[in-house]
Design a protein around this ligand. Sequence first.
Ligand code: SF4
Length: 264
Amino acid sequence: LEGRRGQPRLKPPFPATAGLYARPTVVNNVESVASVPQIINRGADWFTSMGTERSSGNGLFSLSGHVTRPGQYEAPLGITLRELIDMAGGMRNGHKLKFWTPGGSSTPIFTEEHLDVPLDYESVGAAGSMLGTRALQIFDETTSVVRAVTRWTEFYAHESCGKCTPCREGTYWLKQVLRRLEQGKGVEGDIETLLDTCDNILGRAFCALGDGATSCITSAIKYFREEFEAGMHTPASELFPPVRSALFEYTPKQRGALSGAGAH
Ligand code: SF4
């Protein structure tokens, strides 16, 4: 809007004091604004009767991926993924939960063992992740963890604004290593390189994008290390054919392209 490069600025001053055109600027969260009428109509006690003591009220949970009915679900904070999946009609036919993000790809992934973690800020934090945006991406057993993490990392590398070196260089190299693991062409030490690179980004990047880029990688290696090890000899597309995890029907042309490329 100001005609400059899109890069984060040092804070303070915070945008509420000096934001767009150095004027006080507030960007309201639509969900917060939308909850105001119901609180006014029904009272604060009604609102705080939902949720947990420290994470009170209700909110939107966005379920995407391998559930029968993906969509936005309004529910009290503290609901579990098991209950949300029930609301969404269960996992897609005949499939089983493999991993999921509680708050989008920048939050550490969870697995089936976390199905009953209450989805409030404190409980998710105690279990090792973050509630973040409440964008719950659900993946079943047909999904390659390496492929999913590579796609996310390509996104972060693309979105990195380039202002600080750990994120600019780190996301680029994470992408390179992950791509060769996805293609089954990984080399000895790649997992250590990924972890070491993440360690050099985390806490050293200027904004949250850098930290967020590392979460999916370190947590995926923690829970699915064997899939990354398999990336040193077998393409992810052989172990987990993309046509099985796709949410849509491939055209014959797309199928041909996939079998030729070996990694999508
Ligand atoms: S962490 Fe990444 S996106 Fe954020 S300022 Fe640094 S280079 Fe830019």
